[in-house]
Design a protein around this ligand. Structure first.
Ligand code: KG4
Ligand code: ZN
Length: 328
């Protein structure tokens, strides 16, 4: 079964065709990063207008070489995200579903991120390589969620960030250090020539599965404003502080809950140091999609949509966006 996935929750306009929830036929992402970089972050109004301009060309490119009669469903992100941006994807998906008489499948963006692990270019390779129960760490620009997954669609949220998300912390730290946007890749790059030698705090929040990164960001600000720190060392130290907390708390939880696997996802999972620390320290297999499937894309939405379709979870034309949607 081929599913068309559509993703417009933030600053990427994306469409993809995925077969049987795992095989990527096409995966088109039009990034708005260059447009928002000059403002140092995503400007919602600019993002939704840009989605309007690019959504049709992006979908046309994704379906090139595929027959419409071979597509069995339209999966679309309906939240969480920016309302104006989500509306573009959801309305285009409804229009196509109506015109082509295809089922409409609503996908939670966070669940979509997790399903990037089912795609064929992920280590899981084939859809049956993921083993339940597994522990999912979703680390993106808006979320740092720790979620137990017992089977398809059976989520239990264990923890979340109490303040800044991991990606948001990277973005804010990059601004403090005068690096570019988005901050994660900029900090990773700057940190390569640095030594993680600066004393930055870790908020362990013992006895909980929650995270907190805003104190770390403030500590970085104070260090930088005292002067005499190298940007490279500061970037390496900041990155290590985030990685240390994410890896330690997730692995501790995985041991407590005796899960089969740990699944990483979301833009921050593209971070090489994070992945290396997980792989070096976890007692259970750690799956992480390749970097281009960690950041926002529509293949993950199509993969997730396939499992909804299999479970008979379809939406009507009254589907609306839910900007504050959560998982579990
Ligand atoms: O999942 P994503 O593409 O969009 C959201 O759903 O938010 O995640 C974007 C976030 C940004 O905050 C970005 O700085 C971060 O992921 N990010 C990274 C890396 N690549 C992207 N953070 C750390 N290291 C990276 N290599
Ligand atoms: Zn995302």
């Amino acid at each position: 079964m081929k599913t068309l996935g559509i993703e417009t929750s933030c600053d990427e306009t994306a469409a993809a065709i995925v077969e049987d929830g795992s095989r990527i036929i096409s995966n088109v992402v039009a990034s708005q990063i260059d447009i928002h970089a000059r403002y140092g972050g995503v400007v919602p109004e600019v993002a939704s207008r840009q989605h309007l301009l690019t959504i049709i060309p992006v979908i046309n490119q994704a379906v090139t070489g595929v027959l419409w009669q071979d597509i069995s469903g339209i999966a679309v992100t309906f939240g969480p995200g920016l309302a104006g941006s989500l509306l573009v994807g959801v309305n285009v998906a409804k229009a196509i579903a109506l015109a082509r008489k295809l089922p409409l499948i609503a996908v939670n963006h966070l669940e979509g991120h997790i399903y990037a692990n089912w795609l064929n270019s992920s280590p899981a390779g084939k859809k049956d390589r993921v083993e339940f129960p597994c522990l999912c760490l979703i680390v993106s620009g808006g979320h740092s969620d720790l979620v137990m997954l017992k089977g398809h669609g059976q989520f239990k949220k264990l923890g979340r960030t109490l303040d800044d998300a991991a990606g948001e912390a990277f973005d804010k730290a990059a601004r403090i250090l005068g690096l570019g946007y988005p901050g994660g890749p900029a900090i990773e790059q700057a940190g390569r020539s640095g030594i993680p030698c600066l004393p930055l705090p870790r908020a362990w929040l013992k006895e909980t599965h929650d995270f907190s990164f805003s104190g770390l960001k403030t500590a970085l600000w104070h260090l930088v404003h005292k002067g005499e720190v190298s940007v490279a060392d500061a970037a390496a130290s900041f990155q290590l502080a985030i990685v240390d907390v994410l890896v330690t708390k997730t692995i501790e939880t995985a041991k407590q809950l005796k899960v089969e696997q740990i699944l990483l996802s979301g833009g921050v999972a593209a971070n090489e140091t994070l992945t290396q620390y997980f792989l070096a320290n976890s007692p259970v297999p750690v799956l992480v999609p390749p970097p281009h499937l960690c950041t926002d894309n529509a293949a993950m939405v199509a993969a997730c949509g396939y499992y909804h379709f299999e479970a008979g979870k379809l939406s009507g034309y009254d589907l609306d966006v839910v900007p504050s949607l959560s998982l579990g």
